[in-house]
Design a protein around this ligand. Sequence first.
Ligand SMILES: [Zn+2]
Length: 132
Amino acid sequence: MFFEKLRRFMYGRYGTDTLNLVLLVAGLVIAFIGQFTRFWPLTIVAYIFYIYAIFRMLSRNIPQRQKEYYSFLKVWTPLQKWFRIRVAAFRERKQYKYFKCPNCHQQLRAPRGRGKIVVTCQRCHKQFNQKT
Ligand SMILES: [Zn+2]
């Protein structure tokens, strides 16, 4: 009964996405820092994040919310990719050496312990020496 009412209430509204999740988590982190440092304006900033997330969730202006979401993804996707590479590089630090192509900055990796090798970049096909 409750979920049926909620479903009807949410009909035609934007709902939630990764941006809302990030806003809520960022709000929680800011509120936590505010509590920890006893710097009260941070609590207001946290509430602004929450209110914005709730506003987006209940909004009926779906095209505008999608536009915000795509702008957000332009920043979020490279950040996520950067973080995933860091995690993978740490997890595989004993098996692989991670480095960038000096020409196009493509992220590359090579097995460790092979000494000095000649690497050919997969993206731009430039060859360079790399210590592994
Ligand atoms: Zn390259």
